[in-house]
Design a protein around this ligand. Structure first.
Ligand code: ACO
Length: 130
């Protein structure tokens, strides 16, 4: 049974992946940029589903890393489409670490990602109704 150290995750589990040695510095701490990239991938999946088409990342709002990720932890990314504008979607994104060979889940970071729906020419296009 998974135990959550920092409340419960918000949103839908969109991506799970394993933090590997190539993603870490010499001390075994996982690079923040790798975590951000996984969050971006998760937003790409979720926003493309919502927009039913191609999307791009327009902005990432302030981000702070509250806890380290370590080699062997499983990164779990939760996303929630918080707001839909005309062509943009704002997603609340949370990154949680399931600690190596344990059931303990800790929140590593969270952020708001703004994703924009694009047409075939790469121009913003309206997000369709649900
Ligand atoms: C695959 C990847 O994710 S690559 C990641 C890197 N991202 C990129 O390469 C994206 C590069 N940027 C772009 O292509 C363009 O700037 C775009 C498509 C994001 C926006 O194009 P623009 O011509 O500026 O379009 P426009 O001004 O109409 O904005 C489109 C929407 O994005 C929103 N937006 C644009 N920039 C921002 C921003 N910095 N912060 C918040 N929202 C933004 C606008 O408010 C608008 O939302 P709305 O239609 O819901 O009202």
């Amino acid at each position: 049974m998974v135990q959550y150290a920092d409340g419960q995750p918000t949103g839908e589990l969109t991506l799970r992946t394993l933090a590997m040695p190539a993603d870490a510095n010499a001390a075994g701490d996982i690079f923040g940029g790798w975590v951000m990239a996984q969050m971006d991938l998760a937003c790409g999946i979720r926003a493309a589903e919502r927009a039913r088409g191609r999307v791009v990342t327009a902005a990432v709002k302030e981000m702070a890393f509250a806890k380290p990720m370590k080699i062997g932890d499983t990164l779990c990314i939760y996303t929630h489409v918080d707001r839909v504008g005309r062509t943009s979607m704002t997603l609340k994104v949370e990154a949680w670490a399931q600690r190596y060979l344990s059931d303990m889940m800790e929140k590593v970071t969270d952020a708001d990602f703004v994703m924009v729906a694009l047409d075939g020419q790469g121009k913003p296009k309206p997000v369709p109704a649900e």
